[in-house]
Design a protein around this ligand. Structure first.
Ligand code: HEM
Length: 151
């Protein structure tokens, strides 16, 4: 219903090239990770030269990961009517994150970054219902990924 319209409309308004928006996510995720849990940065291989937010931004592996995040969000938006059809994909994605040592609480940082990016890009169009609609969708994605941690 209304939620789906808000999500689709705002996602389309970001245009075809989602990477510049992804870069905003990187900046924010990076800054937040340093604040919340700098050890997460060590999960990316390049970490030896990732000593600050600035270092992250010049790091191809971190930038590539953001592209991967954006593709997953894009897939979720495309499957809003049948999110369960990507459940297995998300569960496997969760497993891969468990394997590299991510914990499920860290996904909140990415969610926060996504909202921050939308706020920056949408301006006035970033409303409370829109924020809530995105939060709902992102929690479904994270819940599906988190099933990858179940024994
Ligand atoms: C892969 C870290 C959150 C999507 C990876 C890898 C690491 C990683 C270390 C493997 C290396 C790589 O492919 O770059 C993290 C951390 C996160 C996080 C620390 C949270 C703080 C997310 C979220 C999504 C996501 C929320 C999507 C909504 C992906 C994808 C891959 C990946 C699609 C590639 C998996 C594959 O190779 O099939 N992540 N990730 N990540 N991540 Fe994340």
């Amino acid at each position: 219903g209304k939620d789906k319209e808000l999500i689709r409309g705002s996602w389309e308004s970001l245009g075809k090239n989602k990477i510049p928006h992804g870069v905003i996510i990187v900046v924010f995720v990076c800054a937040r990770l340093f604040e919340l849990d700098p050890t997460l940065l060590t999960l990316f291989h390049y970490t030896t030269n990732c000593g600050s937010t600035q270092d992250c931004l010049s790091n191809p592996e971190f930038l590539e990961h953001v592209t991967k995040v954006m593709l997953v969000i894009d897939a979720a938006v495309s499957h809003l009517d049948d999110l369960h059809s990507i459940e297995d994909f998300l569960l496997n994605l969760g497993r891969k994150h468990q394997a590299v040592g991510v914990n499920t609480q860290s996904f909140a940082v990415v969610g926060e970054s996504l909202l921050y990016m939308l706020q920056c890009s949408l301006g006035q169009a970033y409303t409370a219902p829109l924020r809530q609609a995105w939060l709902n969708m992102y929690s479904i994605v994270v819940a599906a990924m988190s099933r990858g941690w179940a024994k």
